[in-house]
Design a protein around this ligand. Structure first.
Ligand code: CU
Length: 119
């Protein structure tokens, strides 16, 4: 058993057999160099929900959608009015369109940030 450990440490530290006793710590940092690598995954939540346009109100920057489940908001399907982040989004859709959209909770208000027609 001792021989196995000695070989592993010696090759990792590149320090040769004599340095092993003094350099025992080298193996720790060398082996644990990237424990954070798997942390950055769930940042951009661009999940899209399905809906159907019921009413578009460009002046008020609002749209009424009958929507399916909105997973990122934990909201079941319903018909409701959304504020729209950018009124230009409303140029792309009209009443009766089937759409896919993304909405976010911004300080307690549900704001529609993306919308596109779907088939
Ligand atoms: Cu809703």
């Amino acid at each position: 058993m001792n021989t196995l450990i000695f070989v592993a440490v010696g090759s990792a530290s590149l320090a040769g057999s004599h340095a092993w006793a003094a350099d025992g710590d080298v193996v720790g940092p060398a082996r644990s160099s990237d424990p954070m690598a798997s942390v950055m995954v769930a940042q951009a939540d661009a999940s899209m929900a399905d809906g159907e346009v019921r009413k578009v109100d460009k002046e008020a920057k609002k749209i009424t959608l009958k929507h399916g489940e909105i997973k990122n908001l934990g909201m079941p399907g319903m018909t409701m009015v959304f504020q729209v982040k950018d009124p230009a989004l409303l140029d792309k859709v009209k009443s009766g369109d089937k759409v896919r959209f993304h909405a976010e909770n911004v300080n307690g208000a549900i704001v529609l940030t993306q919308i596109e027609t779907s088939k």
